[in-house]
Design a protein. Structure first.
Length: 144
């Protein structure tokens, strides 16, 4: 029975580690995670909403921005925005209040550090503690 508990505990820890890694990758690699994009009456791609503390928020995009181009490629439909990976985007040109604004997204900034890296460090520390507790329970022949 004890061996079964240990195996299930280790399995759950490993699954949670894979899941957190996957969520971190998705959150940091997609360009506009946290932004709602739609087509306006002029057939332009417009940002309709920005979630606070998201990658879109930290990239400098604002609600109401009309996306004109990404990496000098004109954006015509909302679905085109999803194909861009944030690691490969060097510039986004938006129209904000009638003026064209060039945004250079920097996703390795202080905001993203506190959003992704610090929680990941605490998660890894918790995993270490779980393994440590399992080893202590094993040595004292206790159930985990």
């Amino acid at each position: 029975m004890k061996a079964w508990y240990n195996k299930v505990s280790i399995f759950l820890i490993l699954v949670s580690l894979v899941y957190v890694t996957y969520l971190t990758y998705i959150s940091s690699s997609k360009l506009l995670v946290g932004a709602a994009v739609a087509e306006n009456q002029d057939n332009e791609v417009v940002i309709t909403n920005i979630e606070e503390f998201s990658t879109a928020y930290y990239s400098g995009i604002q609600k109401g921005d009309v996306i004109k181009s990404i990496n000098n490629h004109k954006v015509k439909r909302p679905l085109e925005v999803q194909k861009y990976n944030s690691n490969h985007v060097s510039s986004i040109v938006v129209e904000r209040d009638g003026e064209k604004v060039k945004i250079k997204p920097d996703l390795m900034n202080d905001g993203n550090f506190t959003t992704f890296v610090i929680p990941l460090i605490f998660y890894i520390a918790c995993l270490f503690c779980c393994f440590f507790i399992l080893k202590i329970n094993e040595s004292k022949k206790l159930l985990s």
